[in-house]
Design a binder for this molecule. Structure first.
Ligand code: C2E
Ligand code: CA
Ligand code: CA
Length: 321
């Protein structure tokens, strides 16, 4: 009975068989059974990636696995080799037009793989656990950059740092942040840590404890990509948050001819945020029209997007604003 949990010691496991089928010699071109057994590990990876219970080993799936293994392998040395960079995108006070802060976004230029998007390598880093080293590096680098920024933009200027769900689930995170800020003499007040909505479905006690500890250190917290994941409205009322970031999917439709409905939706999100005592940041603003709508018809406090500035290197950021 494969639905019955499997007991080991005091633990209960649920077993779910994953099957990957390979033709032989088949589509992959393998000519010996030895060649097939050498990629047995990939059979498991393919099943995990696809999420399907039954999978077919194809040339394409092997290529994908191979690419992932290259990324995982190259990432191990990326910090040592100085291959990561941060770029900074401005966050603007919509009412005054003044620069209020920025978001730090990671870039990776690898010697053999070239430029790899964070949308590709962050999920791999989460899967391998390398995300912990990446986050430490980002906090230190963004915090050091922020020291220059506050000199020009004032003490209230804050830098947004993205945290993965994996980071938030790690109970050591607040102590780690404290250690890094001490080591580099960074004030924790300079950060707002962004977490995504998908966290709302996680074990809420761990998430609340971690976010509370982060806030007690003086840093702020933001809920990123709001409106795209599983919104649990009740959790929103008691998660320790300072900002709500409305996902760009909403703001980008505001200049379309049929935007009335989107305007009402964004207004409703804004009201929801205000009801929970959160400041609102609208993401992904690209056009004057979107900015006008957000200012006049919706009235949100902060905006971020290509219209105000693309993510740029520290020197360019300091020169441009
Ligand atoms: P995100 O946190 O939602 O970051 C915003 C993304 O939207 C960035 O993409 C930014 O370049 C892009 N963006 C900003 N304004 C506009 C706009 O007006 N129009 C459009 N079309 N796009 C805009 P990017 O830098 O490629 O980052 C992608 C995602 O990778 C981020 O989404 C974030 O989830 C993740 N990421 C980036 N840096 C880090 C990091 O240091 N740590 C972690 N854990 N995740 C990161
Ligand atoms: Ca973000
Ligand atoms: Ca976002």
């Amino acid at each position: 009975d494969r639905n019955r949990p499997y007991k080991y010691d005091s633990y209960e496991f649920e077993l779910r068989p994953l099957i990957t089928v390979s033709g032989y010699p088949g589509e992959t071109g393998y000519t010996s059974i030895n060649e097939v057994s050498r990629v047995l590990g990939s059979f498991i990876d393919i099943a995990k990636i696809s999420g399907n219970q039954i999978n077919l080993l194809t040339k394409e799936s092997l290529f994908l696995i191979n690419e992932q293994q290259n990324i995982d392998q190259e990432m191990i040395n990326a910090i040592k080799r100085n291959e990561f960079n941060l770029v900074y995108q401005p966050r603007v006070n919509m009412r005054t037009g003044n620069i209020a802060g920025c978001e730090a976004l990671i870039r990776w230029n690898n010697q053999s793989l070239g430029n790899i998007s964070p949308a590709v390598f962050i999920p791999r880093a989460e899967a391998t656990g390398f995300i912990h080293s990446i986050t430490d590096w980002v906090i230190a680098t963004a915090g050091i950059a922020n020291k220059q920024m506050v000199k020009k933009f004032g003490d209230t200027f804050t830098t947004g740092v993205n945290l993965s769900a994996v980071n938030i689930r790690s109970p050591g995170l607040p102590a780690k942040i404290e250690a890094i800020t001490k080591e580099y003499e960074i004030t924790p007040q300079c950060f707002d840590f962004e977490v995504t909505e998908s966290l709302l479905s996680e074990d809420s006690k761990v998430v609340i404890d971690t976010l509370t500890a982060i806030r007690n250190s003086g840093a702020q917290t933001a809920l990123d990509d709001f409106g795209t994941g599983y919104s649990s409205l009740s959790l929103l009322t008691y998660l320790p948050l300072d900002y709500l970031k409305i996902d760009q999917a909403f703001t980008q439709r505001l200049d379309q001819p049929e935007s009335d409905r989107d305007i009402r939706i964004v207004r409703a999100i804004r009201d929801l945020g205000y009801a929970c005592n959160l400041e609102i940041i609208a993401e992904g603003m690209e056009t004057q029209k979107q900015v006008d709508v957000l200012l006049k018809d919706i009235d949100v406090s902060f905006g971020q997007g290509y219209f105000f500035g693309k993510p740029m290197a520290l020197e360019a950021f300091m020169d441009t604003f």
